[in-house]
Design a protein around this ligand. Structure first.
Ligand SMILES: [Fe+2]
Length: 440
């Protein structure tokens, strides 16, 4: 995978081609496994029909690579408005005259063929969009992000299972400390050097933090069940005012996809109903639920800066790593990424992926809600368009960090930021908790 030392255009071209292929293989896997009727259906008002994602992937690729980088004319200008995410909210998309599945596939395929011609001829330098293949990297990440979105649609879809994957590796034996102390001091947050980092990850800047304790692992289903059993969903003391209002309005009583049968919690996971595994990180909780759990536990959600310091800071070298384990791109031994498994790994897993402070599973498994609103870093500059990040800055979005089992390695790093509304829980979201060191 790409890093700051990848400068040879031939190597870069090969790497981009491999990432484009990997993304398309995954897209095909998520759309070829169901009948056309399921591609055009809307499985939830929160999501687009899968066939919209498919043509939108092709349309963004045409727009950014063929037109903006390659200077080509639009292939089908009449379809552009249909696939503009800002013009049509998801709930509206099924009523649009979308390309049917065969035409959507053919369009995306045709765009891709032309993109490979463009890539072969591109110097991959000499313009900001081209340097280090940035626009290609942005499009690869875009497709992989839509693949995660499509996997969410698969999770919301009812009906028999159509996706399979082997289980993740078990957690190694031996108890871990429940929490880890991160000593006070400054660290470098964000990046100036990650070639395919997006605007909201930039620039690198120093942040000084007081000492804090952070959970060694994400909060498990077993721990979360204690919150439920203790009446956590019925006690307004643990909730913010907005969180409590939402809990009542939406009738929340457990994570999304959970149900109770006899004395047992069950969950539906990609078409299969199974007992909730106590040792896995809790999944499909909203920010409000995560925040309430933390208060019930006498703790709080970590800020985004606290999450990133625990994930990247090397206290010996006083530098920030690309990933908790170092600068090496993620391998299967480091983290549960890339839809290699269709579930998070048990808490305590992936010892090779731990951070210098000994924190586990920061990358992969579940997106982790943080206490922080989504904002620009000091010195933020829009790049390459304001709808990527800037239009979302503000208190209505909370930041999630670390990626989930559904996130591709190319779209995940220690600086990567995701954001969503605090009510959202169809996403692959979990959390870990923190507390001030002074609080004893
Ligand atoms: Fe998109």
């Amino acid at each position: 995978m790409l890093n700051a030392d990848t400068t040879d255009p031939a190597v870069l071209r090969e790497l981009i081609a491999a990432e484009l292929e990997a993304a398309r293989t995954r897209t095909a896997g998520l759309t070829d496994c169901v009948e056309d009727g399921e591609l055009t259906a809307q499985h939830s008002p929160l999501m687009s029909p899968l066939v919209w994602d498919l043509a939108h992937i092709g349309n963004q690729e045409e727009l950014w690579l063929l037109r903006n980088v390659g200077g080509r004319d639009p292939m089908h200008p009449e379809i552009d408005p249909l696939y503009d995410a800002f013009e049509h909210p998801r709930a509206e998309r099924p009523s649009l005259p979308l390309l049917p599945p065969d035409q959507a596939r053919a369009y995306a395929h045709e765009v891709r063929g032309r993109v490979f011609d463009l890539l072969a001829a591109s110097p991959l330098e000499g313009a900001p969009l081209l340097d280090a293949g940035f626009a290609f990297g942005m499009i690869v990440q875009h497709e992989q992000q839509h693949d995660e979105t499509m996997l969410i649609t698969h999770q919301l879809r009812t009906g028999p299972a159509v996706l399979t994957a082997p289980p993740p590796p078990p957690a190694p034996d031996g108890p871990l400390p429940a929490e880890v102390l991160i000593p006070a001091g400054p660290f470098t947050m964000g990046t100036d050097t990650e070639p395919w980092a997006l605007d909201n990850e930039r620039p690198a800047h120093r942040v000084d933090l007081p000492a804090y304790w952070l959970d060694t692992t994400p909060v498990s289903n077993a721990a979360y069940q204690e919150f439920i059993a203790d009446g956590g969903y019925r006690d307004p003391r643990w909730w913010t005012a907005e969180g409590w209002a939402h809990r009542q309005r939406a009738g929340l009583e457990a994570p999304l996809f959970w149900s109770r049968e006899g004395g047992q919690w069950l969950r539906r996971r990609f078409g299969t109903v199974e007992p909730v595994p106590g040792d896995e990180p809790v999944l499909h909780v909203s920010w409000y639920e995560a925040d309430a759990y933390a208060r019930w536990a006498g703790r709080r959600l970590p800020t985004e800066a606290e999450w990133e310091k625990a994930a990247r800071h090397d206290p010996v070298a006083d530098r920030s790593r690309r990933y908790p384990w170092g600068d090496e791109s993620p391998g299967p031994e480091h983290a549960n990424l890339g839809q290699r498994h269709l579930r998070p790994a048990p808490v305590g897993g992936y010892p090779a992926g731990r951070s210098p402070y000994g924190v586990r599973q920061l990358i992969g498994d579940v997106w982790e809600w943080t206490a922080s609103d989504f904002t620009g870093y000091p010195g933020f500059r829009v790049w390459p368009y304001k709808e990527y990040s800037e239009v979302f800055f503000g208190p209505e979005y909370k930041v999630l960090r670390g990626g989930s089992f559904a996130v591709a390695p190319v779209a995940c790093r220690g600086t990567f930021r995701n954001w969503d509304y605090p009510v959202r829980r169809q996403i692959f979201s979990g959390f870990r908790t923190a507390r001030d060191a002074e609080a004893g």
